[in-house]
Every structure is written in C-alpha cells, then in structure tokens.
Design a protein around this ligand. Structure first.
Ligand code: AMP
Ligand code: ZN
Length: 114
C-alpha cells in the first residue's frame, strides 16, 4: 500500500529500530514508547484492520503473538507479565491502518484501559 507508513517500514523506505524479522512479520520499537519495552509486531502483508482478516490471512496473527512472547522472554519480563494490544478502528484508538500488535512490558500496567 503506497501511503501506508508501516508498509514503508517493511520496504525499508522509512527507518525503524527492527528487533525481529522473518518472511511473514517485522517487529520494531514504537516511536513513542508507553513502557520500558514498547515494540510493534506487524505482518509484512498490508492488512488495514482486524476487520479485514480472512481465513487465509488470520494465521499470521498467531505468529505475531508467538513473536511477541519470544520478545518478552528475550527481554526477561515474560514471567512477570506484559500486555499485547491490537487497536481496531476509531473507538479502539487505531491511528495506523496496518494491523499491528503492541507489546508492552517492563512495568506493571493498569487495567481497564481508558
Ligand atoms: P495505534 O494507535 O494502535 O494505531 O498505534 C500506532 C502506533 O504506531 C503508535 O504507538 C505510534 O507511536 C506508532 N508509530 C507511528 N509511526 C511510527 C513509526 N514511524 N515508527 C514506529 N512507530 C510508529
Ligand atoms: Zn501497510
């Protein structure tokens, strides 16, 4: 998608601090971190929101969760705990319309969200 900033990160056209990459997904540091670790895990394929997932593309979300858990282990907060978040559309607080999983860790996080 030409106008999508996360597609541009996948293409290497916008810099990002990449922490993990394979053929399906990319993980990089959030530009505006909300916790000591705030990483975004995205599919390399452009999917605008969770609502656009199909039976064919849905498995990548499981892979993103697996990558998130590996990042938590690598950063040694897997046992203490962490949060994964996927915001969808306006009421969910989505601002970038390329599906992404926030991985927040390294401090206690309050609940419920605002
Ligand atoms: P959301 O509000 O769930 O759509 O989250 C979008 C996230 O992307 C926010 O946490 C932003 O700080 C982050 N973000 C926006 N642009 C960039 C960028 N160029 N590199 C890294 N993170 C970004
Ligand atoms: Zn995109």
């Amino acid at each position: 998608m030409a106008d999508c900033i996360f597609c541009k990160i996948v293409a290497g056209e916008i810099p990002a601090k990449v922490v993990f990459e394979d053929d399906q997904v990319l993980a990089f540091e959030d530009l505006n971190p909300q916790a000591p670790t705030h990483v975004l895990v995205i599919p390399k394929q452009h999917i605008a929101t969770l609502n656009e997932l199909t039976a064919e593309t849905a498995p990548v979300i499981g892979h993103m969760a697996h990558v998130a858990a590996q990042i938590a282990r690598d950063r040694e907060f897997a046992e203490n705990g962490y949060r994964t978040v996927m915001n969808c559309n306006q009421d969910g607080g989505q601002t970038v319309y390329h599906v992404h999983m926030h991985v927040l860790g390294g401090r206690a996080l309050s609940w419920p969200p605002g």
